[in-house]
Write a protein that binds this ligand. Sequence first.
Ligand code: DHB
Ligand code: MG
Length: 630
Amino acid sequence: MKTSIATVSISGNFEEKLTAIQEAGYDGLEIFEQDFIAHDAGPKEVGRMVRDCGLDILLFQPFRDFEGMPAPQRAKAFDRAERKFDLMQALGTDLILICSNVSPLALGGIDRAADDLAELGERAKARGLRIGYEALAWGRHVNDHRDAWEIVRRADHPNVGLILDSFHSLARKIDSDTIRAIPGDKIFFVQLADAPLIDMDLLYWSRHFRNMPGEGDLPVTDFMTAVMSTGYTGPISLEIFNDQFRGGNTKLIAEDGYRSLIFLMDTVQRQSPDLAVDMPPLPAPISVAGTAFLEFCSRGKEAEALERLLETLGFHRARHHVSKQVTLWKQGDVHILVNRETEGYAASAYAMHGTTVCDIGIAVSDAGATIERATRLGSTPFHQPAGPGELDIPAIRGLGGSLLHFIDDSSGLADLWQVDFKPVEDATTAPDAGLIAVDHIAQTMSYQDMLSWSLFYTALFRMKKATMLDVIDPDGLVRSQAIEAEGNTLRITLNGADTHRTLAGEFLADSFGASVQHIAMSTSDIFETAERLQERQFQPLPISTNYYDDLAARFDIDTALLDRMRLANILYDRDEGGEFFQLYSPPFANGMFFEVIERRGAYGGYGAPNAPFRIAAQKRFLRPKGMPRR
Ligand SMILES: O=C(O)c1ccc(O)c(O)c1
Ligand SMILES: [Mg+2]
């Protein structure tokens, strides 16, 4: 199975695109004509450049407004096609995409179109070339792959085939099962794109909002499964018109695309084992057992302040690393490491971001399989030499340079705290505050990077996206996307910031792109926990009285309960499943914070309706009255 991407899908000049496509691992590419025209080397040289990168030009596109033209435009269209055939031969590619005619001059008529394609097919054949016909969703007379197929069928020429594009078919909600009746060898090429469900003009939607399979809401897996059922063995190619990608990081977008293709074909194969997908199998999506640890890199006064905050939150200093300046703080199932090393990965993360979460340990069913799946999906394994007798825990670099370690039971890695850590003499013994486990981890990123991260998690793990929510910061919008593992063993909220002025954006700027901004931990009784926190001089984030007055109006809440919430600065939410209580620590370091939550019943959210009030409170805390806003 050949993987491919259209040059239009990524940003940069031709060389930059080519390098990114090569490095991401694709087999070939589609040359989008504009990219070629804008480039300053001739077709022979471009062909050589591509082949020198070990890539094939699998398609040249698009050729517009060809079929069904009246005279004299018809003859002109054939002349134009011959010029493009010259170009293709110089480039060294044999397939051109002809998209359905959008011209007001187009006459329509299935047989007329079929005759035109047959005649062009004959001319292509004379040069050893092939033509593929694609129905644009907004084509004047042909805008459905079923009609395009009927035209190709009637053209009945070996050098004329069909090109399918998931966007055009799925945007029009055409049942993918209609593809199953097409012979696989008459499908010359398959283009793939997903898109978020937005109700808008098809052309505008297609040209600006396409994204990688798995990043949007269209049933691309069903589409691809139907394609594979025909016996299709040609390339699968991404054709993504997206404003954000056009201006995004070329390398990252190319990598996302590759990941999306492998993930898609793996899903197709898993759902339909009988289909012949020509791709070495990869380990199944990984089951997550939970968050094994969160590691902060820190130093000096900041490290002391962090540890003091952990103490007030009810953590106790439990163990020290056998050879490194790393302390384990523990409460319930929550393991937090404070790393003060001056060399190695944590030290460089500290140099880059200041006090930050530099490493996340994820408990998985099989750590080795996790690394293998991640690698196949395009991630890079990370390795830092372990000390003598220490465990060598498998890790990869997550996005943004952060680390993910994978811990499993089978390989003895679960003994980490026993093998790599020893008990401390100054262990604190005060009672804890009732925190049980990590409920969720909130990662902040630039809005542009959100799709990359959600694809990363959903491709590697058995994790699913929840609906995207808008969080209103007084100084801008932050978009929030939760990614949840089966059984909620791991929940990650991705928060995408557009401007530096939001709390999330400020954190990104101040920490130079750190990712984890807050950690939410669960308790089974938040009021009891709040009392214990108070005994430990924990300072909850103060919430405005107005908030509680509004709560009383919005929900039917017992006055005594409301008073307890007000006193303890606890926020409240409710959904069909149950109730939700939350309180926050004040911000520390570059704007990180902790959250304590109690879920009652099957509440499934994260308290998003409270976010504007929580953010306003955090901003008040960071900038007391009279201090200028940045
Ligand atoms: O938007 C377009 O014009 C366009 C061109 C070529 C394609 O393959 C396509 O899917 C869309
Ligand atoms: Mg297309």
